[in-house]
Design a protein around this ligand. Structure first.
Ligand SMILES: Cc1ncc(COP(=O)(O)O)c(C=O)c1O
Length: 384
């Protein structure tokens, strides 16, 4: 079919995301896919039973726009227990079809034409297009390789009367770094006496290693009162394909958030909300997730330790960065493609997470995979 009109693209620089590109290449090449961030193992069977139960019971029509109240109540309980913060289920918690939807709706609700949004790079690829589609201007702070720490005094210099929002992400995709309590206190300090809203992407909140505790902005009352927090059941329960998550925020921010959410999706799917409401009763499923993934991180690191890749620190998330400068100095994108084609292992080049395509010869590998997949992957990496 041929479209004969003319289109002015609103995102002229954006093509298919690198995740789809690398996954397609991995399929085509029958390569091991450590590129896209999803598990290659199934979720808990009880969760599937609960979804079936809800469907059979007839819960197959629209859920309420902000989410099932039973689920919102459970989320409120969980948040209070974990972070000591009280979010009102009626007015301050919204169930959404996934983190990406939540990020877009939040940015759309808060950012207007000409507003500036501080973004810490490298960053998850949906932030910048969402800002630009809403007329905002991303202002970048680069977290420096190799430890990807934030110098908040430098961030402070980027904040002015046009700054409407700052986007943070902990644990961090793609670097596996985390923000600690001291980071949050400094952020709180630099935002004092400003109107800046914090969009806190916490989809990996239950995946932290080596005894680190997740520092949700919810733990810091003065930050929480200016923040929208994004959580994802997909990451926590190995159900990324279900596209389900939630957003926490004070009433005034939630009100604006819902205005947009209701016209983007209206509501998230009903049977899975019923299932999650019941599944949340057993806190062990999310409390034990860190240990589960730490074992995978440690195993993957052990497998590639003797390779020519350099293992970078990973404190959270399910991503391991490997530097390949000892092997080659070709561009990360080229090397990632070559690895997929010639060595049958797919990864993500980290330059795609930067506006200016900063290239530190680093690839991102997802270790949310069965031990067998990790072994096969490591075997290939050892050949380089
Ligand atoms: C940092 C970050 N934020 C948000 C998302 C999206 O979450 P969801 O799968 O719930 O849409 C992802 C998924 O990869 C992510 O890595």
């Amino acid at each position: 079919m041929q479209f004969s009109g003319s289109i002015k693209s609103k995102l002229p620089g954006v093509g298919t995301t690198i995740f789809s590109v690398m996954s397609a290449l991995a399929n085509e090449q029958q390569a091991i896919n450590l590129a896209q961030g999803f598990p290659d193992f199934n979720c808990h069977p009880a969760l599937i039973e609960l979804v079936n139960k809800a469907m059979k019971a007839g819960f197959n029509q629209y859920a309420p726009m902000p989410g099932l109240m039973s689920l919102r109540e459970k989320i409120a309980l969980k948040t209070e227990r974990l972070y000591g913060a009280i979010y009102h289920p009626e007015k301050e918690i919204t169930v959404v079809p996934g983190g990406t939807h939540a990020l877009y709706a939040a940015i759309s609700a808060i950012v207007s034409e000409g507003d500036e949004v501080v973004v810490l790079e490298p960053c998850y690829d949906s932030y910048v297009p969402a800002i630009e589609l809403n007329g905002g201007r991303p202002v970048f702070y680069e977290m420096k390789y190799p430890d990807y720490k934030v110098d908040w005094n430098e961030v402070k210099k980027l904040i002015n009367f046009r700054t409407r929002m700052i986007v943070i992400n902990t644990p961090h995709n793609p670097t596996g770094s985390i923000l600690e309590a001291e980071d949050m206190l400094q952020l709180q300090k630099i935002l004092d006496n400003t109107d800046v809203v914090v969009l806190s992407d916490e989809v990996y909140e239950h995946i932290l290693f080596d005894g680190y505790q997740h520092q949700s902005v919810a733990r810091f009352p003065k930050l929480a009162e200016r923040s929208l927090i994004v959580s994802s059941f997909g990451k926590t329960y190995h159900t990324t394909g279900w596209k389900l998550g939630y957003v926490l925020g004070p009433e005034a921010l939630t009100k604006e958030f819902r205005k947009v959410h209701q016209f983007m999706a209206f509501s998230a799917n009903t049977p899975m909300q019923h299932a999650m409401a019941e599944f949340l009763d057993d806190a062990s499923h999310y409390l034990e997730l860190s240990a589960f993934y730490q074992e995978k991180r440690d195993y993957f690191q052990k497998l590639v330790k003797a390779s020519n890749f350099k293992i970078l620190p990973c404190k959270g998330s399910y991503f391991q960065l490997l530097n390949y400068a000892k092997i080659t100095l070709e561009r990360d994108l080229d090397f990632a493609v070559r690895l997929t084609k010639d060595y049958k292992i797919a990864s993500i080049p980290t330059s795609v997470f930067y506006k200016m395509k900063t290239d530190n010869n680093v690839l991102r590998f997802c270790f949310a995979k069965s031990n067998e997949t990790l072994e096969k992957a490591a075997e290939k990496l050892m050949k380089l």
